[in-house]
Design a protein around this ligand. Structure first.
Ligand SMILES: *[C@@H]1O[C@H](CO)[C@@H](O)[C@H](O)[C@H]1NC(C)=O
Ligand SMILES: *[C@@H]1O[C@H](CO)[C@@H](O)[C@H](O)[C@H]1NC(C)=O
Ligand SMILES: *[C@@H]1O[C@H](CO)[C@@H](O)[C@H](O)[C@H]1NC(C)=O
Ligand SMILES: *[C@@H]1O[C@H](CO)[C@@H](O)[C@H](O)[C@H]1NC(C)=O
Ligand SMILES: *[C@@H]1O[C@H](CO)[C@@H](O)[C@H](O)[C@H]1NC(C)=O
Ligand SMILES: *[C@@H]1O[C@H](CO)[C@@H](O)[C@H](O)[C@H]1NC(C)=O
Ligand SMILES: *[C@@H]1O[C@H](CO)[C@@H](O)[C@H](O)[C@H]1NC(C)=O
Ligand SMILES: *[C@@H]1O[C@H](CO)[C@@H](O)[C@H](O)[C@H]1NC(C)=O
Length: 410
């Protein structure tokens, strides 16, 4: 009798979707929740006694397949199978669920949920069945574990065997925390070979690159380290020739930053690039948003020659990158291509490596560098406004609506 009631109720459900009633359910059984006026349509009063459970929105989305079974989404489903956690209210936050139901004899639904559902998902809100029987089911409210922002990019799973094996949608795998901020350090070679005139060009170039980013609203913070010689006897933060000329974020206007850059005097000495790389770590860490995965950390090295501490270059650059800092290297004149690659990526490629034969050519790479920073560090956008990038990502919520073409794929 009860099973019969279920079948009737499901049909009532399907035909009265606009009335927004729904069923609360667990994997084993259903409890129907419905407006009082509809009780008689279901033939019986079904329990709402199971205190603490919430409605599941069972039937929010329904798809019939060709074999006579149907898929039902329940995006507000709460997993109550984990009774070990009965007292913990977090465990009652819905995850959503998806059911495969058969209409042969008794209506029999079984959960075909994908793995790894988290509290706050609304799995089953969006589901789509292809002509081939592939099923895509989405939770548009999947939370991403970001340190400083609340980010719900959404996610989708796909199955070709009605839920026995689920594969995450590739776009889902690649969603990462949106970038809201950029911490950018320049590491400028102040060795003697640069010369005073060319150092003026380097300073102009530094200002030009920095001008591409918005430092007025704190979305980008810029700093400058000049380096030349390293003394073994002194700790990194007391080196007279490896110096933070401008602390990260010290200036919040282009004009003030430019004036500070203009005041930097060339050291004229050796080229301890590896030690200087390590020095920048303290500068990056001085930023209170260093640990935030919504902050892109970018280092631009500019050098015109061979490093005096080449034996440490590889491990120092790898260390800096291991902290989530994206390294770019710009070589001028007699700069060593291999060293530039070691600093940029540690590979044999010219990725994030820039080279010009004369200091006067630096101007030509301002825009390329700007675009590359935005592409590599800020994931595929060419907008110069860091906060706008985050906004774009927020609007691109995956899984709010999924769609299969009616055409069979060939
Ligand atoms: C169903 O529930 C309503 C409201 O609680 C109650 O008035 C009614 O008597 C119940 N019907 C049956 C058959 O139990
Ligand atoms: C039940 O909940 C506890 C606490 O949240 C968790 O550690 C455990 O893995 C859960 N068990 C299952 C089967 O999900
Ligand atoms: C309650 O459950 C949530 C999510 O499963 C978990 O993060 C949290 O640690 C649990 N709290 C307690 C007190 O067990
Ligand atoms: C419901 O379907 C499942 C799997 O298809 C089956 O194992 C189970 O026995 C069925 N239950 C009923 C009451 O028909
Ligand atoms: C996901 O990221 C990987 C590694 O970065 C990349 O190779 C792949 O093309 C990306 N996939 C999509 C769909 O963007
Ligand atoms: C640097 O820029 C200033 C202002 O645009 C310009 O006057 C100066 O000639 C430039 N210096 C060099 C060496 O290019
Ligand atoms: C810029 O810095 C100055 C001085 O440190 C400060 O008074 C001002 O509030 C800052 N402006 C913004 C927009 O943060
Ligand atoms: C920089 O720091 C890393 C990690 O501590 C270390 O492996 C490397 O040798 C250091 N480089 C220099 C030049 O001291």
């Amino acid at each position: 009798m009860l099973h019969c009631g279920r079948a009737i109720f499901l049909w009532a459900l399907l035909s009265h979707m606009c009335e927004s009633f729904n069923i609360e359910d667990s994997v084993e059984s259903f409890n129907f929740i419905h407006p009082a006026g509809l009780a008689s349509q279901a033939g019986e009063n079904l329990s709402t006694s199971d205190e603490g459970r919430s409605p599941s929105f069972f039937g929010y989305n329904v798809k019939l397949d060709t074999s006579g079974s149907f898929m039902v989404g329940a995006p507000y489903f709460t997993d109550t199978t984990n009774t070990s956690d009965e007292k913990n209210s977090s465990s009652r936050i819905p995850t959503g669920n998806l059911f495969s139901c058969h209409l042969m004899g008794n209506t029999n639904c079984s959960s075909i949920r994908p793995p790894d559902l988290q509290p706050g998902n609304a799995f089953g809100q969006s589901l789509e069945l292809s002509a081939e029987g592939d099923l895509v089911a989405c939770s548009p409210t999947q939370k991403q574990m970001c340190t400083s922002v609340n980010y719900n990019p959404g996610y989708c799973y796909k199955t070709s065997d009605l839920g026995q094996a689920w594969n995450p949608d590739p776009r889902t795998i690649n969603t990462s925390c949106p970038i809201f901020a950029l911490d950018l350090m320049f590491l400028l070679d102040g060795s003697g070979s640069v010369g005073a005139d060319n150092f003026e060009r380097v300073k102009n170039w530094t200002k030009a690159v920095a001008n591409n980013f918005n430092i007025n609203d704190d979305s980008t913070r810029v700093g400058v380290v000049q380096y030349a010689h390293f003394y073994d006897s002194l700790p990194l933060n007391e080196q007279p020739y490896i110096v933070t000329e401008i602390a990260l974020g010290e200036y919040n206007s282009t004009a003030a930053f430019g004036e500070a850059v203009d005041k930097i005097d060339l050291f004229s000495f050796t080229t301890y690039t590896a030690h200087a790389l390590n020095k920048t770590v303290a500068d990056f860490k001085s930023s209170n948003r260093f640990d935030s995965d919504s902050t892109a950390k970018v280092l631009i090295l500019l050098t015109d020659g061979r490093s005096s501490d080449a034996e440490y270059l590889e491990q120092s650059a790898a260390y800096v990158r291991s902290l989530g800092i994206t390294t770019f290297s710009v070589g001028v004149g007699r700069a060593v291509k291999k060293e530039l690659r070691v600093v940029a990526t540690g590979t044999d490629t010219d990725e994030r490596v820039y080279y010009v034969s004369e200091f006067s050519g630096l101007n030509e790479i301002v825009n390329r560098l700007r675009n590359a920073i935005l592409n590599f560090a800020l994931e595929g956008s060419s907008s110069g406004d860091v906060s706008a990038i985050a906004y774009d990502l927020q609007l691109a919520q995956i899984g709010f609506s999924s769609h299969y073409s009616n055409k069979k794929s060939v």
